[in-house]
Design a protein around this ligand. Structure first.
Ligand code: CA
Length: 726
């Protein structure tokens, strides 16, 4: 456009004018925050502020200006990807027609409530502005409870596109569209072609990847478009996307192995179309959850989704009469049309029905949808009457029809597998069903930036070198300092005496060499301390606390939250822990603020321990200490405390965990006067084939919802449920 205008100007004999305009298009390369501030102040429409390549640390940028549609003011990297913003840094944008591109935020965190904010303050917002080709990776506040948004969208007509966001671990939505003043409503923002990479479970509400609006402003229209984005492993909580306003469009997005759902939580008249949800058979992968009035869900594709309840492939919820803004409006006038469901676990009507949520979906139609399964599975479930739903021309093949509904025709559908793995009705079947041909699937390479890798940065146990050590003094502590992530430290037979705490700062395995029987003793209150991105696997070791001090609160493995924020893992395989005397000596203690992705114990033996084997009860306020705890084939004998103490406070319904599974294990003389395990607010408990002898039952306290609790084939009293639901 600019070139065209200057050409026209030249043709019209106005070359001198065009030349003078060109002269004002200054590019200012800056190397210091002071020079940056001066360059921003000096910029006029068409100018660029260019950050020099390198690391900019503790840099709080304010980028303001008034560009024009054809001559925006630009803030960019000298070379995209070569400008790293680290330390305590952030960026605020305010004005009109501003463009930001090519920055990388990593190795730090925002000292404020946002990393990139489309406003300077409550008064100065951004309009007609754009952030593109920018990366934010693991830019987490060190305290997991401390909340921030990585992106806060305010103002109107802003675009956020081709960015790469990955690894948010602390509390708060990754990208929030905020409607808190009239100037930010009916905003017509466009959020497109972004790569939303892995976001692991937060262990609380507040782990959404995108939220558009909030409940106080949910009756207003946001008119935001979210399209052509790629969501991979966005599993922070039950809502991947939380829509809380009206008139928004979600289209052509791809959701891959993301645990959660696109939830139309608040607000009316939203459109969800041409999206693709690929669960890959992973637990809790969901589709679309419908609440409120006037929602349209059409031409979407759902495959391999294993979620149920709030994360079923399609959920239509029950509402609350005269619902307060923050509860659930009845589903009214929904249109669910021409969606294709392949190999999904559940489609749920009347979800959440209880004494408060009494209004089933009404005046709503499901038409022309196709449900493909194998072997006549019962995927449809209703928790409330479905007579307010009209079913027209839906087709099922390999799944059982919903009970009490007409409008489903069972017939064999020819299936065609596309090169990208999607399974569609073949051309003849599509013609008969009136379905469009499948659209091209957006690839991850079309989203984000080309110059930053789209890979999960977590290093797996046992993926590195094998380092061998021999018995002696402080051998483990010494090798831990020089080991690298994924390394395996192999111990020969004999006695290892640790006089120093073993600091584990990356995933490390300590294991017995083939046929070896190493014994490790230690004379501090802790043997292993997990720091930063530390994770620990022990295999074939014998650990004895016989030389530990007679103190209160010792722990063989201790996890204290420290920067960078991390979801840790501990795995104990064929390991023996004994002689933990004193008072309240634990095997593993997760301090407040520490969060385990998983703790796994298999084929291990624990005896003569004064405290709790797994003490993960440090959390309060709706957070919890571990997503999954799995125990198999292990023996617990002569314990002063429970095998596991795990607390999830609060009554929200935003998490899948904590999940606890115990099988084939023996509990003997465990925790006199206390439960064998104290599981407070845990969402999944499965006890299979365990033996309880002079051990009280596992006590599960239920605060909200319908946790999945089961026991089978146990000997002795296994499960005690304390219901504290209001
Ligand atoms: Ca939520």
């Amino acid at each position: 456009m600019r070139n065209l205008r200057s050409s026209l100007a030249t043709l019209m004999g106005l070359g001198a004018l065009a030349g003078s305009v060109q002269a004002y298009a200054a590019e200012r390369l800056v190397r210091t925050p002071e020079a940056f501030g001066a360059a921003v102040r000096a910029s006029v429409p068409g100018d660029s502020v260019v950050l020099a390549n390198g690391v900019w640390s503790d840099f709080e940028m304010v980028f303001t200006g008034e560009g024009t549609a054809v001559r925006p003011i630009t803030l960019r990297a000298q070379t995209p990807g070569k400008v790293v913003i680290s330390g305590k840094s952030n960026l605020r944008i305010a004005g009109r027609h501003l463009v930001v591109s090519g920055l990388t935020f990593k190795d730090g965190f925002s000292p404020s409530s946002e990393v990139i904010s489309f406003r300077k303050d409550n008064q100065a917002l951004a309009f007609d502005s754009r952030v593109t080709e920018t990366v934010i990776d693991g830019f987490n506040k060190p305290d997991r409870v401390a909340e921030d948004y990585w992106i806060g969208l305010y103002g109107q007509n802003n675009r956020f596109d081709h960015n790469h966001l990955q690894g948010k671990l602390n509390n708060g939505v990754t990208l929030a569209v905020v409607l808190s003043s009239a100037e930010s409503q009916q905003n017509h923002h466009r959020i497109d072609h972004n790569y939303f990479g892995p976001r692991p479970p937060l262990g609380s509400n507040g782990g959404e990847t995108i939220r558009v609006g909030t409940s106080p402003f949910s009756r207003t229209r946001s008119l935001t478009v979210v399209e052509d984005n790629y969501f991979e492993g966005c599993s922070g909580e039950v809502e991947i996307v939380s829509n809380k306003s009206g008139g928004n469009i979600y289209r052509r997005n791809v959701f891959v192995r993301s645990q959660g759902a696109l939830a139309l939580r608040h607000g009316d008249d939203n459109l969800v179309e041409d999206n693709v949800f690929l669960g890959g058979g992973l637990a809790h992968t969901g589709g679309v959850r419908v609440i409120n009035a006037g929602q349209t869900v059409r031409n979407n594709y759902f495959q391999g989704l294993r979620g149920d309840g709030f994360t079923a492939a399609l959920v239509m919820m029950n509402g609350v009469p005269n619902s307060p803004l923050n509860r659930y409006n009845q589903v009214l006038d929904a249109r669910i049309e021409k969606n294709v469901f392949v190999d999904v676990r559940q489609v749920l009507f009347g979800a959440g029905a209880d004494q408060e949520r009494t209004l089933p979906p009404a005046r709503s139609t499901l038409s022309g949808n196709v449900f493909l399964g194998v072997g006549g599975e019962a995927i449809f479930k209703a928790m409330a009457p479905i007579d307010g739903l009209t079913f027209v021309g839906n087709t099922i093949d390999g799944v059982a029809p919903p009970t009490g509904a007409s409008g489903f025709e069972a017939k064999a559908i020819g299936r065609h597998t596309l090169p990208d793995g999607r399974v569609y009705p073949d051309a003849a079947a599509r013609k008969a069903l009136g379905l469009q041909a499948p659209g091209r699937l957006l690839t991850r390479e079309e989203t984000g930036v080309a110059w930053y890798p789209k890979s999960d940065r977590a290093v797996a146990f046992d993926s590195g070198r094998v380092l061998k050590i021999k018995p002696g003094q402080d051998q483990l502590a010494a090798i831990a300092v020089r080991a690298k992530a994924g390394d395996i430290i192999e111990l020969a037979s004999g006695d290892y005496a640790e006089g120093r705490v073993v600091e584990v700062r990356q995933p490390l395995t300590f294991r017995a060499g083939k046929g070896a029987e190493p014994v490790v003793t230690f004379d501090h209150t802790t043997l292993f301390n997990l720091i930063g991105t530390g994770a620990l696997k022990l295999q074939g070791l014998r650990l004895s606390g016989v030389n530990a001090p007679d103190a209160i609160g010792n722990a063989v493995i201790r996890v204290s939250p420290s920067a960078p924020l991390n979801n840790y893992a501990v795995e104990l395989v064929d390991t023996e822990v004994s002689h933990l005397g004193g008072k309240a000596f634990a095997v593993l203690r997760g301090e407040k603020g520490a969060f385990a992705d998983h703790v796994t114990i298999s084929g291990s033996r624990f005896a003569d321990i004064s405290g709790t084997v797994l003490d993960l009860a440090g959390e309060t306020d709706g957070l919890y200490g571990a997503e999954r705890v799995d125990v198999a084939g292990s023996q617990f004998t002569h314990l002063g405390g429970p095998v596991l103490d795990l607390v999830r406070g609060g009554t929200d319904e935003s998490t899948f965990g904590p999940q606890v599974r115990v099988k084939g294990s023996t509990f003997r003389n465990v925790a006199p006067g206390q439960p064998s395990m104290r599981l407070d607010g845990v969402q999944v408990v499965k006890l299979d084939g365990n033996l309880f002898e002079r051990a009280a039952p596992v006590r599960v306290t239920v605060h909200v919802g319908k946790p999945d609790l089961s026991e089978a084939g146990n000997s002795g009293a296994a499960l005690e449920i304390v219901d504290q639901r209001k």
